[in-house]
Design a protein around this ligand. Structure first.
Ligand code: AMP
Ligand code: ZN
Length: 115
């Protein structure tokens, strides 16, 4: 928990969100500014600022993230099992919230490369 972190506040419930899934270590909620018909944020409850701050002890947690991504990606009908999982690291890569999170987007034809 980091005092000034918006995602820690969502996790603790002091800021509202549209939660769609929760496990012991992870919450999933709808992105407030969706870029596609489905735009979810898969967020570990542990305050880790970015990929750069991961350590060996987070390996299991990262496995859990991809299990959750697979579960959502294969059960949300609108996705038809086609989706993208995105992690931005650092401001030049577009990271705005310094609490590690995984965008799960889909529900439309996605283009490449991203901006
Ligand atoms: P990033 O740019 O990778 O750091 O992504 C941060 C994401 O968090 C953006 O897509 C925002 O739209 C989203 N976001 C910011 N505040 C909230 C909030 N209160 N509830 C849901 N999503 C949020
Ligand atoms: Zn945080």
């Amino acid at each position: 928990m980091s005092d000034n972190c918006i995602f820690c506040k969502i996790i603790s419930g002091s800021i509202p969100s549209e939660k769609v899934h929760e496990t012991q270590n992870i919450v999933v909620f709808k992105d407030i500014n969706p870029v596609s018909p489905v735009h979810l944020l898969i967020v570990p409850k542990k305050h880790i600022p970015s990929i750069n701050d991961l350590s060996g002890e987070d390996a299991h947690l990262m496995g859990d993230v991809f299990r959750v991504a697979r579960e959502l990606g294969t059960t949300i009908e609108e996705l038809e099992k086609n989706y993208r999982v995105i992690i931005s690291t650092g401001p030049d890569a577009g990271q705005v919230v310094p609490h590690i999170h995984f965008h799960l987007i889909g529900g439309r034809k996605l283009t490449w490369p991203p901006g």
